[in-house]
Design a protein around this ligand. Sequence first.
Ligand SMILES: Nc1nc2c(c(=O)[nH]1)N[C@H]1C(S)=C(S)[C@@H](COP(=O)(O)OP(=O)(O)OC[C@H]3O[C@@H](n4cnc5c(=O)[nH]c(N)nc54)[C@H](O)[C@@H]3O)O[C@H]1N2
Ligand SMILES: Nc1nc2c(c(=O)[nH]1)N[C@H]1C(S)=C(S)[C@@H](COP(=O)(O)OP(=O)(O)OC[C@H]3O[C@@H](n4cnc5c(=O)[nH]c(N)nc54)[C@H](O)[C@@H]3O)O[C@H]1N2
Ligand code: SF4
Ligand SMILES: [Mo]
Length: 725
Amino acid sequence: MKLQKHYRVCNLCEAMCGLEIVHDGQTVQSVKGDQNDPLSKGSICPKGALIHELHSDPNRLKRPLRKKGDGEWEEIDWQAAFDIVGNRINQVRREYGDNAVGLYLGNPTVHNFGMMMLAGEMKRMLGSRNSFSPTSMDQLPHHFMAYYMFGHSLNIPIPDIDRTEYMVIFGANPLASNGSLMSAPGVHGRLMDIRKRGGKVIQFDPRENETSRVVDEHHFVKPNTDVYFLLGILHLIQKENWTALGNLGNHITGLDKLKDLAIEFIPERVAKITGVPEDVLRRITKEYALADKAVLYGRMGMSTQEHGGLCHWLSAVINILTGHFDKPGGAMFTTPAFDIKRKKKFHKAHKRWQSRVRGLPEFDGELPVSAMAEEMLTPGKGQIRALITNAGNPVLSSPNGKRLEQALPKLDFMVAVDIFMNETTRHADIILPPPSHLEIEHYDLIFNLLAVSDNVKFSEPLFQPEKGQMYDWQIARELIKRFASISRKQPSKLYQWLTPRQLLNLGLLTGPYGKLSHPKRWFSGLSLKKVIDSTHGISLGPLKPRIPEVLLTADGKINIADDVFLNGLDKVKTELSEHPYQSLDRDQFLLIGRRHLRNNNSWMHNTAALMKGKNRCTAMIHPDNAERLQFVDDQRVTVSSQTGSIDIPVEITNKIMPGVVSIPHGFGHKKEGTRLDVATKPGNAGVSVNDITDHNRLDPVTGNAAFSGQVVSIKSSTTATPKAE
Ligand SMILES: Nc1nc2c(c(=O)[nH]1)N[C@H]1C(S)=C(S)[C@@H](COP(=O)(O)OP(=O)(O)OC[C@H]3O[C@@H](n4cnc5c(=O)[nH]c(N)nc54)[C@H](O)[C@@H]3O)O[C@H]1N2
Ligand SMILES: Nc1nc2c(c(=O)[nH]1)N[C@H]1C(S)=C(S)[C@@H](COP(=O)(O)OP(=O)(O)OC[C@H]3O[C@@H](n4cnc5c(=O)[nH]c(N)nc54)[C@H](O)[C@@H]3O)O[C@H]1N2
Ligand code: SF4
Ligand SMILES: [Mo]
């Protein structure tokens, strides 16, 4: 057959790389970066280049599966599957109330255009307070800061990486992750460009990671102590009077509450806790504060710790005070073509209810994922008895995943919408598999809101799904119809009648660049047709200053010092004089995570070409620690916490801070009960770090899981190493 070219956006991660796919109508010949994509300009990573292998993975599910009484699976037709799910879920709701149904929307949900359109409506029709997602083990502190300071959980300032001259990175590894809450494809080049224009990139991380290769300075910081470092920066800025608010000052309330806030955090004391030398703090604060265009940026490592909420708040406060905010080169807001938060009035989105067992507050309609298992395991009114998962694998991804693994088989009913039978979905009664990433239409509703410039692009499906197979949104629509039949709320006509594509067109037409928003610009304004006709997408320009109209707080101002943060500082102040990390034993370490370029959380380990090379599921420790404990490279060790223990090979490297151990998440694949032929091979399976992470270790301000800085002990293991095949 004749070879053709297809252009689309890769929706595997936040970077939104444009792809150029050569195919013959049935099989893919090659996948390259699309040079004409306005955002990614040809960049691509190994995952995107192998997107067709996901599509052709023989383990990928294509038809609904039902678990029979004997535990074996049988294929059933779609309508029969929907009826079973509708009946069983509604039966639980009738008998035990709406809260007896739990919902977990996993990470790829956010990358799925159709599901993003319909997820809210599904939640509304279910009416359950037990809604969960990886947000509360990831970026919740960013949403929290955005909500309290700027009035909407998606009003997240993005570092203007393409124009800044001084970038300070805390707890991120964009060279492996390709940028997060900073969609920045080709981030390697973007960071190098900062240096080429005479600027500087500084990194604080307990590990020298892939990104460290392209920065000017990398400094080790002790995990979970960034909050002290940031308070040290604030201390110096206030003391030296390096504030430069300018016009921004007219749009801020609560400035007086910041006075003397960081007075105790003198550099000497901060250095003792963080492990960063005092002179480094002093010099970098000065360089950053006085630079013309500078920005502080923090990500996962600064989010998933006990002070994640305070860290992201302080980082925004510091960017604002120094004038590195809402102006080129600083932290800026996007102006997306489809703006799901536009013109929304402020609405309360915190503490409207709490979790039944631990009393943890809701945020944005969700409860902390760390509480999900106990809500299933603890009897009583409101206990979760049925679960819906969509695109997730919380058995491997959530803190103390083992506890969840024990809870799932006890449920009355579970349905999973997923393309694989993995460690979580294997516990379902029904699995509903949507089509592959090459069979769907796509528009990034969320990541265009979080990108380093404004762009639009729409992707048509490349291949047709198997006959009868339903898209994620069609599955959602069928389920919504059934859940609505006993809902106390009326289903929305909009979501019943319009397809995601039609909803998108409406959003684009009425959006900030749309034809209907600018009648005078009818010919130049955006519509879906115009976007589709562009093939490669359309650039809408660099980030633009947006204060004050972007602010969605009740008074339309930046709320710079909400009590929710100020109250959270008490513990930090108490521990300034005596920090628990100062009295650790010889075999005790501070745990941190790790991502690799060729992994994607728990779910791309079934692609053989991505799993090539040496075992990545290792415990990295520093040579000094190894020597003291008499460990040799590749030796198996037992890493334990109060939650459990895992056996894992040690990797000795001076790229990690002494006293710290780094273990990646997403491994621990099981052969039994799953259909993952490649991921479960002995050399690939690894162990799950979330068997030792603690569901009780949370950021008290936001409820986010605190993975970083958990104290674990390491001893040599007595079990033998499994052989790779
Ligand atoms: N290849 C690949 N890309 C991905 C993913 C993937 O699994 N693989 N996952 C995607 C997802 S879901 C996300 S959320 C993003 C995450 O994107 P990033 O945040 O950029 O990626 P991480 O690798 O998690 O980087 C966290 C860094 O924080 C450091 N760290 C740990 N604890 C601390 C601490 O207490 N303080 C400081 N300062 N640093 C600390 C770690 O050493 C690590 O280098 O990546 C996305 N992109
Ligand atoms: N210890 C530790 N734990 C962590 C982290 C860490 O850094 N350290 N990181 C956390 C973070 S940031 C995240 S985001 C979570 C991720 O946690 P999860 O979202 O629970 O897990 P994933 O591994 O992303 O699982 C994604 C699932 O979605 C399926 N899938 C892929 N595409 C689609 C699709 O289009 N439709 C449907 N229906 N299914 C699809 C895949 O088959 C896979 O089963 O892990 C968290 N867990
Ligand atoms: S960086 Fe992300 S979006 Fe780009 S090709 Fe890789 S997986 Fe796809
Ligand atoms: Mo994530």
